[in-house]
Design a protein around this ligand. Sequence first.
Ligand code: CIZ
Length: 351
Amino acid sequence: MNDLMTQPFAPVTADIQAQLPAFSSAEREHMKTRIKQFLKRENAVLVAHYYTHEDLQEIAEDTGGKVADSLEMARFGHAHPATTLIVAGAKFMGETAKILSPEKRVLMPTLEATCSLDLSCPAEQFNHFCDAHPEHVSVVYANTSAAVKARADWVVTSSIAVKLISHLSDQNQPILWAPDRHLGRYLERVTGADMLLWQGDCVVHNEFRAKDLRAFKEQHPEAAVLVHPESPESVIELADVVGSTSQLIEACQRLPNASFIVATDNRIFYKMKQMAPTKIFYEAPTAGEGATCRSCAHCPWMAMNDLHSLMHTLQTGGNEIHVDEDIRIAANRSTKRMLDFAASLKSSPLA
Ligand code: CIZ
């Protein structure tokens, strides 16, 4: 049994501290200073996902970069004048940056940081899925490869998925959805859309457990339950708020509750604590009693983004993202469509 499973109900900050790399705080501070110098020297900006280590989030914010969800990371990187984007997150996030900004050098602390959703949806199989249902419009989650995005009609992130699927459903469009089955099921339920679902899942969210969450809620009746829609349906049913990372961060500031039980990657607590410093955050229980915890509320691939790998990339210029130009052009079409749709929502009086 993993260490975290022995204390699944401890406040999460204690768990995060226990996972920090084994170097002293003086060494960490020294590395952070050096990384900031390198970013300046390389005319680079660091764009980090909420699920990355707090050291990286802190550097991004201290240096004029961005900590965000994948939609905002893509928008920010595209609009920023830096010639090099350092994308800390899963590989699909670096690819998205390159798809939108081919003229920029896109580097990542590691190219090994894949995603179980991306892995579950190989382009060839996805092409067969689309070929078999030509009357459906295909919508893929951002957590997919450039090649899958290239075939899709639309790319979407969880922050605007409900709005986009509702929009397509209002036009009576049957939809092919890939790859997250839980998010797909959630979208189907809240929008009433006609959807065919790919059967992928996220190793982090798939491990949240309704039975243990119910028991934990009883111990903390004052806490609001915030759930990411990549979680199983039985967990979503227990939520006070279901939403993307940005929506959950917004909810913890807006709701009057003093404490929250959160079912998403636990690195998000860094931003939640920053935005709502007086509140208490608990990790939702993962996996059933006696089960093996594969992710323990933190993505093993996101965890590969650390100070060492970031420093190495900046020193060597290694881990550059390259996307085949034909694929990039096709993926740019479906990705830009999402950005244009998101922009239209912002400018709509109904937004
Ligand atoms: O789109 C993202 O950044 C992911 C992976 C999750 C979310 O809810 O923001």
